[in-house]
Design a protein around this ligand. Structure first.
Ligand SMILES: [Ca+2]
Ligand SMILES: [Ca+2]
Ligand SMILES: [Ca+2]
Length: 176
């Protein structure tokens, strides 16, 4: 029995070193947030409330207040929030389908605008181009670029990303 406990302790210690190391590397890497696809009100479950909010957005009676809602609502992953998404969420609630074309979740890596899961000069360039009206951002890029989480992508975000790329900061204001 004692041997077993000793063995368990060793295994747990190894696991802690391995996972602890991975978590440290991850935290130093960058922060992220994961959205449940179909969960339009971002409350963690997919139900008729999500469908109601989606209809309100499509009909322009009550536009989304959080950019993450667009990511959650675009369940067919075509880059737009339309009735096609509403039909799929309805079918999901009715259990006619069990998954979405966009998958189960989507993870936003803050500062990573080009989607390579790194924050580099390339991301900074895209954000600067957006500020100068030289390019547009998809809503997935928009959320990633808003590194201070104020709902806008502006020169403040660019300066945070610049500091991050230059190694002068190791996290963004939006990170927990
Ligand atoms: Ca929900
Ligand atoms: Ca869509
Ligand atoms: Ca911002």
């Amino acid at each position: 029995m004692k041997k077993r406990i000793a063995l368990l302790t060793v295994v747990l210690s190894i696991a802690m070193v391995v996972f602890g190391g991975a978590m440290t590397a991850y935290a130093g890497h960058q922060c992220s947030t994961t959205v449940l696809i179909g969960d339009v009100d971002l409350d963690g479950s997919i139900d008729s409330l999500d469908l109601a909010l989606l209809y309100a957005e499509i009909n322009n009676t009550q536009p989304f207040t959080n950019q993450l809602q667009y990511i959650a609502a675009d369940v067919n992953y075509d880059g737009a929030v339309t009735m096609l998404d509403a039909y799929l969420i309805r079918d999901y609630i009715l259990r006619a389908i069990s998954s979405f074309p966009a998958g189960a979740t989507y993870t936003v890596y803050y500062g990573d605008v080009n989607g390579d899961q790194l924050v580099t000069e390339e991301d900074l360039r895209i954000v600067k181009d957006y500020i100068l009206l030289k390019t547009t951002l998809t809503f997935r890029q928009y959320v990633a670029a808003d590194v201070d989480g104020d709902g806008l992508v502006d020169s403040l975000d660019a300066s945070y990303i610049n500091s991050y790329v230059k190694g002068k900061r190791d996290h963004f204001p939006v990170c927990p």
